[in-house]
Design a protein around this ligand. Sequence first.
Ligand code: SF4
Length: 187
Amino acid sequence: MQNLSTFKLIERISTIVRAEERKKYAALGLQPIHIQVLDYLSACNSYSNTAVGITEYFGLTKGTVSQTLQVLERKGYLEKEIDDEDARVTHLLLSKNGEKLLEEANHDDIFEQAQQAVLSKQYASLDDALKMTLFTLQKGCDVKSFGSCDSCINFNVEDNHYICTETNLPVWQIETHKICREHRFAA
Ligand code: SF4
């Protein structure tokens, strides 16, 4: 696989996860941020389960958070509760439907496969574990790998020249380290 930095690996993993979430929840009229907000609310304490907490955690504008919460409430995934001590504070709680949706989101087959792939082996470095996560997600989600020639099934050396068997054209050495939309893993 192309030698991506740790942050690039995380970015690519995140891109696949978000794209999968977008596809999955479009039918319910939801976007990834809606699931992320439910996830946050399921994990935070009672000082933090407010619109301000969400705004700070995700770095969103108040307007975006307000719209996000309206959608979640309208669809029955969220309930509001006024604070016992301070009536100006509104706590945001997952409804039964919200808990069910989040439970399903957290048990996605593809994401579990990726997790298993990482847990089933010891890795020499964080980057190796992230590469396995990315590889498993790309395979599971049928997403193009965008790797480079050194890990591609189409890469060949003939008479001391690099050849791409996909195109039957030579590959310049400088190009062999660059990402390619036609890349296919050897394994
Ligand atoms: S398909 Fe792309 S990555 Fe694979 S050998 Fe050809 S140029 Fe390289």
